[in-house]
Design a binder for this molecule. Structure first.
Ligand code: NAD
Length: 282
């Protein structure tokens, strides 16, 4: 019998905790503030930015939104990030990805001051994660770890397979699972015997970006399945990377899409904004 891990439920718990911390900070005349930059009019990015704004409202975090036209130049974007870096009333800076092709994503991400880097994409923060000594964790992997803790799923000695090796999901996910003493395998587009590897997993994290990539024949009886994928289908519906209906019958725990990892990513962003605020208040 499987259990659905509700990202909605766990994220509410995290956001309530954050809201409580915000109250305490405000009682000490500190007002946490998150600045979000959106360049261009990508509809999915617009939805993500709106959801971040709503979460800020829920938690009592001041949110600033900078919506720039798609033809914004690199110099203009650099100038905005530098201005926000200097602004003492801004604690967290997030630049919504992807940026339009003519902009250099790496330069922008590296420009955000590490102590305001609430996405934890700056190389300095990435380095801290590698050595297990960090202030911020990337929002999606950290949100997944929070879900696992909430469900008391212990990773010690477990075989965890992460499918996908991106800098924002796959790689940091593997590091966080390793820190919890799991044996971690990362699979990617060049992995040869992916089915066999996944079939041996106690915990599967799918972050590929392909609908129904993980099928029931790849899943071991009793596995925990975390679906990171967000794929928009022709009918407009969202679908994950896991064939949910078939895989759930073999799983012990499984996350849905939507309502699984997505809300956790945003809740962790709120948590990171508070962490940034506290660091800067010191
Ligand atoms: P990405 O495109 O950067 O990485 C995809 C990874 O999948 C790559 O490392 C690639 O090697 C691997 N891959 C591609 N084809 C494969 C194959 N045939 N076999 C094995 N591996 C293969 O994507 P990303 O940014 O890591 O995101 C992955 C998915 O997660 C996307 O659907 C994205 O929308 C979603 N996402 C969701 C959240 C959330 O909050 N729920 C956050 C970030 C990303």
């Amino acid at each position: 019998m499987y259990k659905i891990i509700s990202g909605k439920e766990v994220s509410e718990a995290v956001k309530l905790r954050v809201a409580d911390e915000v109250k305490q900070l405000k009682a000490n005349s500190i007002e946490p503030c998150l600045a979000v930059i959106l360049v261009g009019d990508d509809p999915a990015s617009r939805v993500y930015v709106n959801n971040k704004k709503k979460a800020c409202e829920f938690c009592g975090i001041r949110s600033l939104e900078y919506v720039l036209p798609a033809e914004t130049t690199q110099d203009e974007l650099v100038a905005l990030v530098e201005k926000l870096n200097e602004d003492k009333t801004v604690n967290g800076i997030l630049c919504q990805l992807p940026l339009p092709k003519h902009l250099d994503e790496k330069t922008i991400l590296n420009l955000i001051r590490p102590e305001k880097d609430v996405d934890a994409f700056h190389p300095e923060n990435v380095g801290h994660i590698m050595i297990g000594d960090f202030n911020f964790l990337p929002c999606t992997p950290a949100g997944i770890m929070e879900m696992l803790r909430y469900e008391k799923i212990d990773l010690d000695g477990k075989n965890c397979v992460v499918i996908g090796r991106s800098n924002i999901v796959g790689k940091p996910m593997a590091m966080l699972m390793l820190k919890e003493n799991a044996t971690v395998t990362i699979c990617h587009s060049r992995t040869k015997n992916l089915k066999e590897i996944v079939a041996g997993a106690d915990v599967i994290v799918a972050a590929v970006g392909r609908p129904n990539f993980v099928t029931a024949d790849m899943v071991k009886e009793g596995a925990v399945i975390i679906d990171v994928g967000i794929n928009r289908m022709d009918d407009g519906k969202l679908c994950g990377d896991v064939d949910f209906d078939a895989c759930k019958e073999k799983a012990s725990y499984i996350t849905p899409v939507p309502g699984g990892v997505g809300p956790m990513t945003i809740a962790t962003l709120m948590q990171n904004t508070i962490t940034a605020t506290k660091i800067q208040a010191k």
